[in-house]
Design a protein around this ligand. Structure first.
Ligand SMILES: *Cc1c(COP(=O)(O)O)cnc(C)c1O
Length: 711
């Protein structure tokens, strides 16, 4: 770790451990650790956006000294630091007790994006949060893992919506010194840089480190003086549209990432690819073996047996295909090193279902060179087997070797701390350890209905206050005009049934479906006795004009007085907004065009907090819906699908959702609703936790792959 002295003034010796804690995201999923920072100064905690590194940089010395002299603070400090040390250093853990008892080389996890915390904006959406939750859970279970990714120093896209409702993107420069990242140093004490093999002119990356509990995530940064100016921008943005830049990015991720681990002396035995972007890491693994004298076929066998590939989307545009000329331009030096002809190599990345000559398909390449592959829900497993059957032309579709492991969410990250506390009280202290055990969550019944409803209602108020305050600040800073202030939530009412819809504005997610029959919707929103309000959030990809048009449409509805001030749009959706929304709305709406949602995870984040999922039957909901824990409608497969699906949605709202919410007993509690909330937590919490997911990866894939690697 580099010298942190210049990041913030020296801390009082008695509480010096706060420095280390601030640089390990472990604090973010342990409420008692979060409280240590918050208690130093509540206003500063809020003003620094819940970022402990920033907090320690700005906090006056007096606040720190006061804490260091406060016995109650010190008691908590000692308890948290002891737990931190114990849980991040202990040798005995679920992995050693259930998978492999002794030491073994780590699994290398590669992903283009990571959603860990809003102070590290290295994500675009669901794929990133899945990766972030995976790392946190691997830390909790003690899976030996090292992770590789990118830092996007200039490229986090902030959303700003102009007076016409059109999304504009503002790039935000990362303040590296105020983020919980550290430079990795070389033996001379300078920041370590690594040259990506076979690039000409050479591409160099600087190496940064993020601590996620016991797991190190190494991030590459190409913004270096010695790089060719065009190459400095490789790690600028996620999902660059220019194909050549994008290919370079994936070469740096897969090949550069492998080299980075090698230069640091970090050996790994197994590789897990999160989506096809880092698939060139497979190439690097084969090349290393070939260079060591192994025959190509043997090298491929070994790499396959120890590589895991997770595919995440049935949307064709989600799979990168690069023109062969570009592959020739950047990879051709590898063909002879592998003893392959150009044709043999390109065939590895050819998908028979792409048009002839379409190019090099990263998913096909990853599938061919790994033995363990999966989709991310039961349904997506089926869809992926059909989608990629042509790679196994001799097998019937049900035997295509693509398994499924349904995604889950990291419960300690996404559960509201107050609910967590209450669950701990009724389910016992082992609840967090056993939160993938269905029996444990049944205890939620013990919380009396009025108390349970009170907890939820306060979170709804907190959400509304939070988005009003955000809008106020954006207005004061001139980020939004007066007209947009109305859209930003000041008219929301906590007593009203509140639907949340927040996700990327990809067209297949149909954010505007609920506006399909405007008159019917208006009746629901403006009902005198049983009104409805909807909070939207989400970004369109900067190059996605159809997505931006949907957003604009919703934005304009939100400004239309005819909709009663009951539609709000929260700008700049990110991790923090997501936290407030999944804790505080009543219903989480999901209506993509089936079967395009591979899994979906935001609805799980909502459900573990008792927020009821109202969703088309697609992705994870096909596995989770049991008739009692939310609402479902099937999704039309032909005809005017939008009209049919919208009608099904209105029907559910009118006949079931709205009446149940407003059926309140003498104590002011909607008893039937609360029963459903508890049932959602009971039935969804354990099964759709990242804990269940990581255990499944461990048993299905990590264990055999580690065995094949000789662990
Ligand atoms: C969970 C999450 C997502 C992914 O949600 P989906 O339901 O998969 O679309 C996207 N963005 C943020 C900020 C999230 O927290």
């Amino acid at each position: 770790m580099d010298d942190l002295q210049d990041r913030f003034p020296p801390l009082p010796a008695r509480i010096a451990g706060l420095g280390e804690l601030a640089y390990n995201l472990w604090w973010s999923w342990h409420p008692e650790a979060r409280m240590l920072f918050k208690r130093l100064n509540r206003m500063a905690w809020k003003a620094t956006g819940h970022n402990p590194v920033k907090l320690l940089r700005v906090l006056p010395r007096e606040s720190l000294e006061a804490a260091a002299a406060d016995p109650e603070y010190l008691r908590q400090y000692d308890a948290v630091l002891a737990a931190f040390r114990q849980r991040t250093q202990t040798q005995v853990c679920w992995f050693t007790e259930n998978i492999i008892p002794g030491e073994c080389l780590p699994i290398a996890y590669f992903s283009l994006e990571y959603g860990l915390h809003h102070s590290l904006p290295f994500y675009a959406g669901g794929l990133g949060f899945l990766a972030g939750d995976h790392l946190k859970e691997c830390s909790d279970l003690g899976i030996p893992m090292v992770a590789v990714g990118f830092m996007y120093p200039d490229g986090y896209v902030r959303q700003k919506i102009n007076a016409d409702g059109w999304q504009e993107s503002v790039d935000e420069v990362l303040d590296r010194d105020a983020a919980p990242i550290t430079r990795v140093l070389d033996e001379k004490g300078a920041q370590l840089t690594v040259q990506v093999p076979f690039t000409d002119p050479p591409i160099h990356v600087a190496v940064w480190q993020v601590m996620v509990g016991r797991i190190s995530l190494y991030l590459m940064d190409t913004e270096l003086e010695i790089n060719d100016p065009a190459h400095r921008r490789i790690s600028d943005h996620l999902y660059i549209s220019d194909l050549e830049q994008r290919l370079l990015q994936e070469i740096v991720l897969g090949i550069g990432g492998s080299e980075m681990l090698a230069v640091m002396g970090i050996k790994h035995s197994v590789l897990h690819l999160n989506e096809g972007h880092p698939a060139f890491a497979l190439l690097e693994r084969i090349r290393e073996r070939a260079e060591g004298g192994m025959a190509y076929e043997a090298a491929v066998q070994e790499v396959r047996a120890t590589s895991i590939f997770t595919t995440h989307t049935p949307v064709p545009a989600g799979h990168d295909v690069f023109p062969f000329e570009l592959i020739d331009k950047y990879i051709c030096h590898c063909y002879p090193l592998l003893n392959l002809t150009r044709e043999d190599f390109l065939r590895l990345g050819t998908s028979p279902t792409d048009p002839p000559g379409a190019g090099f398909n990263m998913t096909a390449f990853a599938l061919r060179l790994s033995n363990h592959h999966n989709g991310v829900s039961r349904k997506h497993g089926e869809v992926a087997r059909r989608m990629w059957q042509s790679l196994w032309p001799d097998l019937p579709v049900e035997q295509v070797p693509i398994d499924h492991i349904t995604n889950g969410v990291h419960v300690p990250t996404w559960i509201d701390p107050k609910i967590e506390l209450r669950c701990l009280e009724c389910m016992g202290p082992s609840w967090l350890e056993n939160h993938d055990d269905p029996a444990v969550w049944g205890e939620v019944q013990k919380i009396p209905d009025p108390e349970f409803w009170g907890l939820h209602y306060r979170k709804k108020i907190k959400l509304i206050n939070y988005i009003r305050e955000r809008t106020r600040q954006r207005w004061v800073k001139n980020h939004v005009g007066l007209g947009n202030v109305v859209v930003g939530g000041p008219l929301l009412d906590p007593a009203v049934l509140t639907i949340g819809f927040a996700r990327r504005f990809a067209t297949y997610k149909r954010a505007d479906l609920i506006f399909h029959d405007l008159e019917r919707l208006k009746k629901l929103l403006n009902d005198d006795w049983r009104p409805l309000q909807i909070i939207f959030a989400g970004k369109a990809h900067p190059a996605d004009d159809p997505g931006k048009r949907i957003l604009q449409r919703i934005f304009n509805f939100a400004r239309d007085p005819a909709l009663g001030g009951r539609i709000a749009f929260v700008e700049d959706y990110g991790e923090q907004v997501a936290q407030y929304l999944v804790h505080g709305v009543d219903v989480w709406l999901n209506n993509p065009l089936t079967p395009l949602e591979a899994c979906g995870t935001s609805g799980m984040k909502a459900a573990i907090n008792g927020v009821l999922h109202l969703s088309i039957l697609d992705g994870w909901w096909l596995e989770a819906y049991n008739g009692q824990n939310g609402w479902a409608f099937p999704g039309a497969t032909e005809g005017d699908r939008d009209a049919l699906d919208a009608a099904a949605l209105y029907e559910l709202l009118e006949k079931e959702v709205i009446p149940l919410y407003y059926q309140v007993n003498d104590a002011g509690v909607p008893g039937g609703w609360v029963q459903k909330m508890k049932e959602a937590m009971r039935s969804i919490g354990p099964q759709f936790s990242a804990r269940r997911m990581v255990k499944e990866y461990s048993r299905k894939f990590y264990q055999p792959a580690l065995a094949a690697a000789g662990s």
